[in-house]
Design a protein around this ligand. Structure first.
Ligand code: PMP
Length: 401
């Protein structure tokens, strides 16, 4: 029994703390790139739950894995072993090229895990005096909403009246390798970076930045931590966004699409020299590595590889970028992206355009106020992408024509 959208929205506003500004649509059903609201209107999803839906909504293969595991066991905690956990850790090792993984639930938790790992490595392997490790982060970063992730942030809105913050973070300009080298000191444990900044508005660093950063980290014995929570698993047209520059970080921070758009699961993947410093008691999570999420993640990795989502993203992303760049409208300042991870920056607030796009049947979300993010599920077909591009074109048609 469906309730009218307006009523649902009112109740959400009445009973939920106001931490987001959702578009006024109540999603009731979804499949692939399509969603349906309570009134039966159909929309194309161009946000993919901030890149968690790379395989689309309710991918049959992923849903089948979920159902099959539901009938066996859903939660053991790590007090006991479970097979999907072992299988996923092994599979992640093959996928990332890193021998060890540590499974958590959300992206922010995985970031925190990486921070703990880097600090322990700094004290036990690099000889940084106890309690003095520093982690360098980038201006404009987004690593999540827990207090330590918020402590990394340079965005005033994210921090306002939430201090005191976790100490030990130093901020440098994004895309500026020289600034990183200047900031590195003997206390530096790690450089934590998004290979493309997502929440900051799809900010792509200059060519060779990641390569230079990799060299600097190696030269100064500093860990390179790539936060690929949003950019991983094919989103940018490669396995990881670091792959575009053939850069291998010391730690990958992974989340979102790893859960196949079904369940929360995140991971840190790295070498035994770093993650091998964890012992029983060092870290944990009741739900981290639960058999249900692991079974789903295994299926999500199958889909990612077998349906060649990275290659699709690269090819279709190039087509969409060309289409969007051909739109002539003085409100458009810049269109940029890698794969199906595209930002259209405007000279004015993006929200009214997102509302107009919604009225035309496309679900998009503004990021960083002036940028519209176009990040559809990677399983999108060429015909669907063509449809999306024509709708965007329509949304930017001067109204007086
Ligand atoms: N890191 C990056 C790069 C992200 O984009 C996000 C989420 N947008 C996070 C971390 C946090 O992930 P979660 O919301 O699952 O905590």
């Amino acid at each position: 029994s469906t309730r009218p959208s307006a009523e649902t929205i009112l109740r959400a506003k009445q009973f939920s703390a106001s931490n987001y500004l959702p578009l006024p649509i109540v999603v009731e059903e979804a499949g692939g790139v399509w969603v349906r609201d309570a009134e039966g209107n159909r929309y194309m999803d161009m946000l993919s739950a901030y890149s968690a839906l790379n395989a689309g909504h309710r991918h049959p293969r992923i849903i089948a894995a979920l159902k099959s595991q539901v009938d066996k066991v859903t939660l053991t905690s790590r007090a006991f072993h479970n097979e999907p956990f072992a299988a996923l850790c092994e599979r992640l090792s093959a996928y990332t090229g890193k021998p060890l993984s540590l499974l958590m639930n959300t992206g922010a938790e995985a970031v925190e895990t990486a921070v703990k790992a880097a600090r322990r490595w700094a004290y036990r392997s690099k000889g940084v005096p106890s309690g003095q490790a520093e982690i360098i982060v980038c201006e404009g970063n987004f690593h999540g909403r827990t207090l330590t992730a918020t402590s990394c942030s340079s965005t005033a809105d994210y921090r306002a009246d939430f201090g005191p913050f976790t100490p030990g973070f130093l901020t440098v300009a994004y895309g500026d390798a020289a600034a990183l080298e200047q900031a590195i000191s003997p206390r530096t444990a790690a450089f934590l970076v998004e290979p493309i900044q997502g929440e900051a508005g799809i900010r792509i660093p200059p060519d060779n930045y990641l390569k230079e950063v990799r060299e600097l980290c190696s030269k100064h014995n500093v860990l390179l931590i790539a936060d690929e929570v949003q950019t991983g698993f094919g989103r940018t047209g490669a396995r990881f966004a670091c792959d575009h520059e053939e850069v291998v970080p010391d730690l990958y921070v992974l989340g979102k699409a790893l859960g196949g758009g079904v369940l929360p699961i995140s991971a840190v993947a790295g070498g035994t020299d770093i993650l091998g410093l964890f012992e029983p008691g060092s870290h944990g999570s009741t739900f981290g590595g639960n058999p249900l999420a692991c079974a789903v993640a295994l299926a999500a990795l199958d889909v990612t590889e077998e349906e060649r989502l990275a290659e699709r993203s690269l090819r279709l992303g190039e087509q969409l970028l060309i289409r969007l760049r051909n739109i002539r409208n003085p409100a458009i300042k810049d269109v940029r992206g890698r794969g199906l991870f595209i930002g259209m920056e405007l000279h004015e607030p993006a929200r009214p355009y997102c509302e107009r796009l919604m009225a035309l049947g496309l679900l998009c979300k503004e990021t960083h106020k002036h940028t519209i993010r176009f990040a559809p599920p990677l399983i999108i077909t060429e015909a669907e992408l063509d449809y999306a591009a024509s709708k965007v074109q329509e949304a930017f048609m001067p109204l007086d024509l």
